[in-house]
Design a protein around this ligand. Structure first.
Ligand code: BGC
Length: 720
């Protein structure tokens, strides 16, 4: 008997280990919203007291911006002047404002951050930027920018959080809390449907309520729920009215449906009718009638809230209550963040800069996506001692980054060449125009390509023929050719995708992100980023195709940005909720690389799915659990993804939708039990008839996998 007992105990220990090495558990995602230091109720009472002392003339001044980037201060009321500055990937230095901040860290772009699928990192990233805002006297950060990646040509995609509303929402809520934990106000922008920068002031996004609620609002909703204190409206029209003066956009969608209570500001020079603006629910017209030397702005005429408010009041077109509401919202928001009680500037955060640089680098490590690795060409081996780096474009020496208000230069930048030299020493050489024999004799060829994306215009998905041809030529001379992409968003890689041995998608990497690239090439870092966007084979496949009027051409520069004489471009969001992978899957269009895809130097196995209940009601929570094992030889992170598929619905639904994910670190051979949680909301769609989220009873599938096109574990469940 004793022997049997001993045998069973030994067997159990062998199978499940001792307590000391029991399988680790990855708990379900959880999140805590931001609470401002002063409650809205208290702040609102203080704002009332201030308002009662303020003259009408001062109110008219206060509800409009001051000196381009400030909220006006009034010493007589103890209201401080506050500085607002861009943006999502770091503090933009405005030299023209006599350097309120001297140095700021350039982080990898927000789209790169999203490729980490690491909400905790989004918190740290934003907290670092918030701390630098404190150094630079910045009270309000004009970010996060968070428009959904509807089409890959948008010049501002690099500033945003990708194509999936759920992924964007989780990153944004953590960003907001990280930012505001430093005492800096976060601004959710651009509300709403500013999904192209092509003549952005002259576009009209025509979009249904359901599409808004399922695709374009969830990230904003998450930001609002996380406690974001400010929102910026967008340049474009939404369903026929400029967003910044639209009662529907601000009062109905933002304040009504999303329940936003804080400060709503306009984008810079984007409201045209002061009466409508005041009535729309907007609080702060930015930046007001500061007229830079541009004939266009002078031609705009007397469009400003600041210069019209008192006249409109006299004419009884607006009321004093309207002006009070605007001024009060600005004050309440700023008071609740403590901005009327303490200085913004805090130089003690200067000592945190080294930590910020480390977070920037860690972001690049986790963001870089390995798309192709034929015959395991990567990581490079020590025997690889004649590595040739070729630059098509300037990104070997200059750091690729996005332009416009979001641009952050950074400091102590590490160029690609420097980072690779540090890692590989004499084993690597750089030639802008190598000879045929240079290429043939190289042990490996690295080609650096990239795009230069910016606010103010879009750029083609296709690369110039000269770039594609050069890649093809180099790849035909050396089979061990690897392409390194530094782009703000997707690019067309179809012409050479299969001809090269490796592709590394490294986004805009920030000031030191090339160190991560070097580590990935050498194997010191195991790549773990996954695509937060779909890379279509050609732009014609995309749901956004056709948004530019036939015959119109791309442009660069700012001239066309303010061209208000051109005819309006109506952009119909005909694809509805089928954005990104939702589109490609439903329409059965095979992309080049799928949403959620990315390779590693190790392999992972998914097993033992358990779902707490097979039949659930709308009030139930469903616990999902599965085992993730690193089956390869090196440690690595896997991003496990959970999608939900509705088997039958009364409306058109995407084939599947992301509803949970988890980045899991595993040593070689290690397993972890990964837990996720679902509620009925995760199975629902937005019903236009009732203006509510509806989960229809019936069968659904819970799908778990490593990329949107690779579902490994499945379980059917029924909503009763
Ligand atoms: C951009 C905003 C930015 C603002 C202030 C505008 O051109 O669209 O995103 O915050 O300028 O710099």
């Amino acid at each position: 008997m004793r022997k049997i007992y001993f045998f069973i105990t030994t067997l159990l220990l062998m199978l499940y280990g001792t307590n000391a090495n029991a399988q680790k558990v990855v708990e379900p995602y959880s999140f805590k919203a931001f609470t401002p230091p002063i409650s809205f109720e208290q702040a609102s009472a203080r704002a009332d007291a201030l308002l009662s002392k303020m003259s009408l003339e001062d109110k008219a001044e206060f509800i409009s911006g001051y000196n381009l980037f400030f909220i006006k201060g009034f010493e007589k009321y103890n209201i401080p002047q506050l500085y607002l500055s861009d943006a999502t990937q770091g503090a933009h230095i405005r030299k023209e404002l006599s350097s309120l901040i001297e140095k700021s860290t350039a982080f990898p772009s927000p789209l790169a951050l999203t490729a980490t699928w690491n909400p905790q990192l989004a918190h740290e990233y934003a907290k670092s930027i918030g701390e630098e805002c404190r150094v630079g006297d910045i009270a309000v950060l004009l970010g996060p920018g968070m428009n959904i990646y509807r089409q890959s040509q948008n010049g501002r995609n690099f500033e945003y959080f990708g194509e999936d509303p759920f992924l964007a929402a989780r990153m944004i809520e953590n960003y907001v809390v990280g930012m505001q934990s430093t005492g800096t106000i976060a601004t959710l922008k651009h509300f709403l449907c500013n999904n192209t920068d092509y003549c952005r002031r002259m576009t009209n996004s025509i979009v249904s309520e359901r599409t808004l609620h399922e695709i374009y609002l969830p990230a904003f909703q998450a930001g609002v729920n996380a406690g974001a204190l400010a929102v910026m409206t967008s340049y474009n029209k939404v369903n026929g009215e400029w967003a910044g003066q639209s009662n529907y956009v601000i009062n109905k969608l933002l304040r009504g449906d999303l329940g936003f209570k804080g400060l709503v500001m306009s984008d810079w020079w984007s409201t045209w009718n002061p009466e409508k603006t005041i009535k729309s629910g907007l609080d702060l017209e930015m930046p007001g009638p500061f007229t830079p030397e541009g004939p266009e702005l002078k031609e705009l005429g007397n469009i400003y809230v600041k210069t019209n408010a008192l006249r409109l009041l006299n004419e009884k077109k607006v009321s004093e209550a309207d002006m009070n509401r605007m001024a009060k919202n600005i004050m309440t928001t700023c008071i609740s963040m403590g901005l009327y009680d303490r200085p913004v500037k805090d130089l003690t955060y200067l000592s945190s800069y080294p930590k910020h640089a480390e977070i920037a680098l860690q972001t690049a490590r986790e963001a870089t996506v390995l798309l192709r690795n034929e015959k395991n060409i990567l990581p490079l081996q020590p025997s690889d001692n004649k590595i040739l780096l070729v630059g098509i474009g300037n990104y070997v020496n200059d750091i690729a980054r996005g332009g416009g208000s979001a641009e952050v230069e950074g400091y102590d930048q590490v160029s690609m060449l420097k980072a690779l030299k540090n890692e590989f020493g004499d084993r690597i050489s750089f030639k802008q125009n190598p000879s045929e024999s240079d290429v043939k004799n190289a042990s490996t060829v690295l080609i650096s390509i990239g795009t230069s994306d910016s606010e103010g215009y879009d750029r083609p998905y296709q690369l110039p023929d000269s770039v594609n041809n050069k890649i093809l030529t180099l790849a035909s001379l050396n089979a061990r050719t690897i392409v390194i992409v530094n782009a703000g968003g997707g690019i067309e890689m179809t012409p050479w995708n299969k001809k090269v041995a490796g592709i590394i998608f490294a986004w805009y990497p920030g000031q030191n992100g090339h160190i991560a690239l070097a580590e990935i090439l050498s194997g010191k870092t195991n790549p773990s980023g996954k695509l937060p966007i779909t890379l279509e084979k050609k732009f014609e496949d995309s749901p956004g195709f056709g948004y530019m009027p036939a015959g119109e051409k791309f442009y660069t520069g700012w001239e066309r940005d303010m061209d208000l004489k051109r005819s309006l471009i109506n952009i119909e969001y005909k694809e509805g909720v089928l954005v990104g992978y939702r589109w490609y899957e439903t329409k059965k269009i095979e992309p080049l690389y799928h949403f959620g895809y990315g390779l590693s130097y190790t392999t992972f196995a998914y097993s033992n799915l358990s779902v707490s209940t097979k039949k659930f009601s709308t009030t139930d929570k469903i616990q999902v659990e599965f085992t993730l094992t690193n089956t390869g030889k090196v440690a690595g992170d896997e991003i496990a993804q959970l999608y939900v598929h509705d088997k039958k619905a009364s409306v058109v639904r995407p084939i599947k939708e992301l509803k949970s994910f988890s980045r899991v670190n595993l040593q070689a051979g290690e397993s972890k039990r990964v837990k996720m949680e679902l509620t009925a909301k995760d199975f629902s769609f937005y019903d236009e008839k009732t203006s509510k989220w509806v989960a229809e009873s019936g069968d659904f599938e819970i799908l778990i996998g490593c990329s949107s096109n690779n579902m490994i574990l499945k379980q059917s469940v029924t909503l009763q």
